[in-house]
Design a protein around this ligand. Structure first.
Ligand SMILES: NC(=O)c1ccc[n+]([C@@H]2O[C@H](COP(=O)([O-])OP(=O)(O)OC[C@H]3O[C@@H](n4cnc5c(N)ncnc54)[C@H](O)[C@@H]3O)[C@@H](O)[C@H]2O)c1
Length: 249
């Protein structure tokens, strides 16, 4: 996938799946802004991408702050004149059963996993993509959007991401802006590595494909949606989950 003249923002790209997405887009030739609240990690990724021969810049921004998101978009436009690709990737979990879930954990998870996607999309679409009549938005949801025990807040937020994605596809298609969504299943990240070995093994062996995915597998799907060639694909949810429970429980 060739993206030599493209400018991309990846939120939460300082580590994990976002870091792989940033690295992948840079390998395709895009200039990638690594937007993360953790400045040290963002700078580390900037150095890594540069050492791989890519082009990138770290930018400290809290994706849940309208003020910081608007300032981020303004500064990128001042330097590069455009933003072609937005990958909304930030996410956290605060798992608990519904009856025990503190209100602040509900609010925090909805703010980071859903409101930030709205704020970043709104600013980028309004100030960069509509004026340019071009855009690729990729939102990272989760297979958990179908509903998951202990994840009322996370599932609701990730379901909201799917609905936001489809709404943007309908509203923005006329400007050549596509909006698609990825629903990863179990991915080999620190979250998975922290589980007991037997739980890890059980997760691996209950998948139709008897293994779990890597952040690069999510990055691969993101690069596809973000490419010029995916111009006629919008409003879609692509599962990257080894085939487990696709489309249902
Ligand atoms: N890891 C998995 O197995 C898995 C499965 C399905 C979906 N996902 C989704 O993939 C995405 C990435 O997950 P991950 O495991 O790589 O997470 P991670 O915790 O490893 O990385 C998240 C990054 O987001 C940054 N971040 C958090 N809040 C932020 C904010 N307000 N503003 C800016 N940056 C912020 C963090 O500093 C961090 O760099 C999330 O949306 C997650 O829900 C992950």
């Amino acid at each position: 996938m060739k993206m030599e003249n493209r400018v991309a923002i990846v939120t939460g790209a300082g580590q994990g799946i976002g870091a792989s997405i940033a690295s992948g887009l840079a390998k395709d030739g895009a200039f990638v802004v690594i937007a993360d609240v953790n400045e040290d990690n963002a700078r580390g990724m900037e150095e890594q991408i540069r050492s791989e021969g890519g082009r990138a810049a770290a930018l400290k921004a809290d994706a849940t702050s309208k003020e910081q998101v608007d300032a981020m978009v303004e500064s990128i436009l001042a330097e590069h004149g455009k933003i072609d690709i937005l990958v909304n990737n930030v996410g956290i979990i605060r798992d608990n059963f519904l009856v025990k879930m503190p209100e602040e954990d509900w609010d925090l998870v909805l703010d980071i996993n859903l409101k930030s996607y709205f704020l970043c999309s709104q600013a980028v679409v309004r100030d960069a993509m509509i004026p340019a009549k071009y855009g690729r938005i990729v939102n990272i949801s989760s297979r958990a959007y179908q509903g998951n025990v202990g994840q009322a807040n996370y599932s609701a937020a990730k379901g909201g991401v799917v609905s936001l994605t489809r709404t943007m596809a309908r509203e923005l298609g006329r400007y050549n802006i596509t909006s698609n969504c990825i629903a990863p299943g179990v991915i080999n990240t620190p979250m998975y590595q922290g589980l007991r070995e037997d739980v890890q093994e059980n997760l691996r062996k209950t998948q139709p494909i008897r293994d779990i995915g890597s952040p690069d597998d999510v990055a691969y799907a993101t690069r596809f949606f973000a490419s010029d060639d995916a111009w006629y694909i919008t409003g879609q949810v692509l599962y990257v989950c080894g085939g487990k429970s696709v489309g249902g429980y």
